[in-house]
Design a binder for this molecule. Structure first.
Ligand code: EPU
Length: 304
């Protein structure tokens, strides 16, 4: 249980921050209460000061990127870190360096504009580069680690590390960065490609996504991981759950693995709908779905 009454240390309060920001403004899904303490460092040194101060005080904290893969179930009292680093890109030959605050889609777009191939898959994956590193974002059989040559992060103690990815550090929708570290940035190595072909591929991915996913409604992307060799969306669909609704939270009629917010969904309605879907898929298929989204409540992170 977090100690809510404890005042935050001066070392934290000296950093850029805002109070009581609603999660409806910080997440694409738009449910949850307020973020009591939102810290938005503009430099890596400020981010490091944040992590060091929290580590020194034994204070639990969280990191937030674009909020596009997150379901928040209430007010969050713990300090939340949302980096606001420079979004400038640095290119050297076929390698491009970006900060964690760069948009993932805009990075994909910038690579296409430069005639660099390898990040087309990311053209429809929202969120930040930091979020993509945090969980090794992917689509259409490709994922970030395929193009990653170096990544930069803070350890839980606030030490700055930059290194090449090693086996075991990145898997399907999981990375060692998400395990208590703070992504600061990355370097990707791409291939020189024909700009027209790259743009065509980007368009094709966008079109496929647009026809199969409910992108016009507030959503958090796919809610559950695909079990090995299976599609969670298909399992949910086959269990007859599309259109199942709890208040303003609904299993999308377009894609079973998208739970959408029709506007006024509460976190309670979302939690109830997720639990219902899991129970019914378990009953129908004997498969326990695991969340793909990150889930936060007021006291700690829920992982399953
Ligand atoms: N399907 C159904 N019914 C549905 C949904 C899907 O029958 O309601 C079938 C489709 O017809 C297709 C198969 O299931 O034959 C797979 O569907 P889809 O191509 O939509 O891919 P997915 O496995 O559901 C995964 C990723 C998506 C990513 C797409 C495209 C996960 C959990 N999902 O979805 O990622 O966009 O592939 O690469 O890995 C996300 O990470 O948030 C996400 C949405």
């Amino acid at each position: 249980m977090e100690d809510m009454a404890r005042p935050l240390p001066d070392a934290l309060l000296a950093l850029p921050h805002r109070r009581d920001v609603p999660f409806s403004k910080l997440t694409t899904l738009g449910v949850g209460g307020v973020c009591r303490w939102l810290f938005e460092p503009v430099t890596e040194a400020q981010a490091q000061a944040f992590v060091r101060a929290c580590a020194r005080e034994g204070l639990p904290w969280r990191t937030l990127g674009g909020g596009s893969n997150l379901v928040v179930l209430g007010d969050v009292e713990a300090p939340v870190l949302r980096l606001n680093l420079s979004r400038d890109l640095a290119r050297e030959g076929l390698e491009v360096r970006a900060s964690a605050s760069h948009g993932h889609i805009s990075l994909s777009q910038a690579m296409a504009d430069l005639g660099l191939s390898g990040m087309e898959y990311a053209s429809g994956i929202p969120g930040t580069v930091g979020g993509a590193l945090h969980m090794n974002a992917g689509a259409y059989g490709r994922e970030l680690v395929d193009v990653l040559v170096r990544y930069r992060f803070l350890t839980p103690d606030g030490d700055l590390v930059e290194k090449a990815p090693e086996p075991g550090e990145f898997r399907y929708r999981w990375s060692v960065v998400g395990d208590g570290r703070v992504a600061l940035g990355l370097t990707v190595r791409l291939a020189a490609g024909d700009p027209a072909r790259i743009r065509a591929l980007v368009e094709d991915y966008r079109r496929r996504r647009g026809t199969s996913q409910p992108l016009s409604k507030r959503n958090a992307g796919c809610i559950f991981k695909n079990p090995p060799g299976q599609s969670a969306g298909r399992l949910i669909d086959q269990a007859g759950l599309k259109g199942l609704r709890v208040g303003d939270a609904e299993v999308s009629p377009e894609h079973g693995n998208f739970l959408v917010n029709h506007g006024a969904a509460t976190s309670g309605q979302f939690a109830e709908l997720m639990a219902l879907v899991r129970a019914k898929v378990l009953d129908r298929h004997g498969i326990a779905l695991e969340p793909e989204v990150e889930i936060w409540d007021s006291h700690g992170r829920i992982t399953g």
